[in-house]
Design a binder for this molecule. Sequence first.
Ligand SMILES: NC(=O)c1ccc[n+]([C@@H]2O[C@H](COP(=O)([O-])OP(=O)(O)OC[C@H]3O[C@@H](n4cnc5c(N)ncnc54)[C@H](OP(=O)(O)O)[C@@H]3O)[C@@H](O)[C@H]2O)c1
Length: 221
Amino acid sequence: MTAIAIVGAGKGLGAAIARRFGSEGFAVALISRNQEHVDAVAAELAAEGVTARGYTANVRHPDSLSKALDQAGQDLGPVEVLMYSPLPQKEFLRPVLETTPADLTGAVEFSIYGPVTAVHQVLQGMRFLGRGTVLFVNGGSAARPNPKVAGTSIAFAGETAYGQMIHDTLAADNIHVGQLIIPGAISPGHPTHDPDVLAEALWAMHIERGEFRRYADTLDA
Ligand SMILES: NC(=O)c1ccc[n+]([C@@H]2O[C@H](COP(=O)([O-])OP(=O)(O)OC[C@H]3O[C@@H](n4cnc5c(N)ncnc54)[C@H](OP(=O)(O)O)[C@@H]3O)[C@@H](O)[C@H]2O)c1
């Protein structure tokens, strides 16, 4: 059995991704800052027959993230799929002229250092396995910078550049890297923004591979 590691796994999209990949036989590692949060999602999944386990890490603290991913691999099997989808903090979502260099520190740690840390941790295992998928999930400001949310706009640009580069570099190793852009809010029951619909889109990216970026909806949605 191989595993999917969901970095930033809550009750919304994280749980839906866990269910979708879990139903295909993946063991699921759920990672967030709060052990109780991930344990609650893991218990729901276990009741549905999915092998799932929660791990604590703050993506802004690289050592904690590396350690959680390492432990997940030891407990659940090699990480074949890495999903990077923590919910950005409100302080990253400030207007551009009110955003100071200090405000950007957290956003850069969150959206650039975190992804680089996670990929470095799982890459060797994917290469050994001979396959892998790395998926980044971002809001619309990753595709079109939005002056109302400067921190994510700036830091997502770095995350996107990193993702695009490793997409091109790792294709030869049978490792697909993709990015799903979700313009607007995730909303249960919505035809394109429901967590289960988005999880299905991420499953399709894992299976179909191909281009780096896909959109859950048009940017003006
Ligand atoms: N929600 C939206 O409307 C929306 C819109 C567009 C795009 N997105 C994207 O969708 C993904 C999130 O989906 P969701 O909103 O449904 O969230 P979710 O999967 O329900 O939860 C995400 C989890 O991320 C964890 N997290 C936040 N900061 C973290 C950190 N520093 N380190 C580790 N974990 C952290 C939080 O858990 P802890 O508190 O336990 O750490 C939170 O429960 C993100 O990629 C986001 O960019 C969301």
